[in-house]
Design a binder for this molecule. Structure first.
Ligand code: GDP
Ligand code: MG
Length: 243
């Protein structure tokens, strides 16, 4: 069987370190934000050869943190376009990013995890890795508090995702991306050995709706599209905020 690229999709609120991770993993000049304003505005694919395999990392903006429903759906559309352009019938895995800077897991984090679930679909959960970031910015006296947040997230993963995905720490060093890439390298090698790989629910739904009369509306009809619409409205009504 021909070897395929390892394709990894990055998801998480803005400022959680997706672009920082991409820069560390690929060595490319990825623009990172100031942690307050969204900086990545478009989905973009970055490439790197790691352990002899071609990796494609799809960096994305936050999924429900724009002003309007349409702007948020446009980000989802960009993800759809990237997946289509890659011409692959599978994504190897998804990384969900969470900044350890906050003292607790907020409603907005939970909402984002719901979008993650809607993009993946249950059979894909075993291909999701959670990554916590900003460990290197903590002062000594903050460490134990954030350890509790990390453990809560781990517990949350176990409750939400029955296949219990791995949870990694990104330490912002020149090597801390490696265990995360290794995890997906192993996932892809397993697929090549045994020939099965779950597909993202989002990709399956898009394929189903592609043949309908208005394909441009397809993204809105997906489970992820419905979540993004619901959460964009919540933010607009001030039921939740990102700051
Ligand atoms: N020191 C440190 N800074 C980080 C880390 N993750 C993100 N940042 C900083 O947080 C800001 C936002 O990061 P960015 O990668 O743009 O977040 P994104 O919106 O998820 O892509 C930037 O100033 C980064 O330098 C981390 O693990 N350690
Ligand atoms: Mg970014």
């Amino acid at each position: 069987m021909a070897t395929k690229d390892v394709v990894i999709l990055l998801i998480g609120l803005h400022g959680t370190g997706k672009s920082t991770f991409t820069r560390a993993a690929t060595g490319e000049r990825v623009v990172v934000g100031n942690g307050v304003d969204p900086c990545t505005t478009k989905c973009k694919k970055y490439s790197v050869v790691y352990r002899g395999k071609q990796f494609a990392i799809i960096d994305t903006p936050g999924l429900a943190d724009r002003n309007t429903v349409d702007e948020n759906l446009d980000i989802l559309q960009q993800i759809a376009d990237q997946l289509h352009k890659l011409g692959q019938d599978h994504v190897t895995g998804v990384i969900y990013f969470h900044s350890i800077e906050g003292m607790r897991i907020r409603g907005v984090d939970m909402d984002n995890i719901r979008i993650l679930e809607a993009i993946c679909g249950q059979p894909f959960f075993s291909r999701v890795a959670f990554v916590t970031t900003r460990w290197d910015l903590l002062k000594d006296d903050q460490y134990s508090g954030r350890e509790i947040v990390h453990q809560s997230l781990q517990q949350l993963c176990r409750n939400l995702l029955p296949n219990s995905p791995d949870i990694f720490r990104f330490l912002n060093t020149s090597e801390s991306h490696q265990p995360i890439l290794d995890y997906f390298f192993d996932q892809e090698s397993y697929t090549e050995g045994y020939g099965t790989c779950p597909q993202l629910l989002f990709a399956q739904e898009l394929e189903r709706y592609r043949w309908e009369r208005k394909p441009e509306k397809a993204v809105r009809k997906t489970a992820a599209g419905k979540q993004v619409v619901a959460q964009s409205r919540k933010v607009r009504k001030g039921i939740c905020s990102f700051l």
